[in-house]
Design a binder for this molecule. Structure first.
Ligand SMILES: *Cc1c(COP(=O)(O)O)cnc(C)c1O
Length: 235
């Protein structure tokens, strides 16, 4: 595919997703919703085209893939979101380039992100990832901590000098109505907000369910395939 054709394709899908976001956000009061375009598996050049089309926030889920893309695109004014599971031995390196980490799910990861951020003289925004599965054993674990353990992780982020607690993140479990899962996430955020006034954000919603997430109060949606196309089925 020629570069011009790819650009047109991305422009069209991006416009469509942006319109759907506005339509979903309007009935709930014109909230600003940040679109994070998840570019995992797609080349750095797609990110360059997206940037030309006005995208400012991009998401990656694997350190090994994110790091070279970040250095290749270092000249562009982009906010990098890390949305995948953070291996604790990669956390300090991730804190060297990620502006936002959506998937903070252990105290160990908090400590390592904090020391990495400090070493790079940066402050990293963090979401605590909540496991929205009702029955983790039966439905397969999609990452995150149980709602009852969110407070402990949040307290660790809040105490970390180079991290900023901004909210909660969740992935709707397979086999459940996403709207119900997102309502549970909104309840976790509301509870957390009582103790941590900065924790107002909610990262929820992907290609298949971002409208339901916005209806439940998402402030950040993470959309990949609706914009970039379907990925090879490896992950
Ligand atoms: C891949 C990914 C997304 C985007 O998924 P799509 O269905 O392609 O929109 C969102 N969040 C996380 C955590 C992901 O890994």
């Amino acid at each position: 595919m020629s570069e011009g054709t790819r650009r047109d394709e991305l422009a069209e899908r991006l416009a469509e997703v942006r319109a759907r976001i506005v339509a979903a956000a309007t009935p709930v009061g014109e909230r600003d919703v940040t679109l994070v375009v998840v570019t995992k598996t797609w080349p750095a050049n797609d990110i360059r085209l997206l940037h030309e089309l006005g995208v400012s926030d991009v998401g990656e889920n694997r350190h090994q893939e994110a790091e070279p893309k970040v250095s290749e695109l270092a000249g562009l004014d982009l906010r990098w979101h890390f949305v995948g599971q953070v291996q604790s031995n990669k956390a300090a390196a991730i804190a060297g380039y990620a502006d936002v980490v959506h998937s903070v799910d252990s105290v160990r990861v908090v400590r390592r992100l904090d020391s990495g951020a400090e070493r790079h003289h940066r402050v990293v925004d963090c979401f605590v990832q909540v496991d929205l599965g009702q029955d983790t054993e039966a439905h397969g674990h999609r990452g995150g901590v149980r709602p009852t353990d969110v407070e402990e992780i949040a307290a660790a982020v809040d105490a970390a000098a180079s991290l900023r607690l901004i909210g909660v993140m969740g992935v709707a479990p397979i086999g459940e109505e996403p709207a119900e899962a997102f309502e549970r996430l909104a309840a976790v955020r509301a509870r957390l907000g009582e103790h941590y006034p900065t924790a107002t954000a909610m990262s929820a919603g992907m290609t298949g369910d971002f409208e339901a997430a916005i209806a439940a109060g998402a402030t950040h949606v993470r959309v990949g395939s609706a914009i970039l196309g379907s990925r090879p089925a490896l992950r």
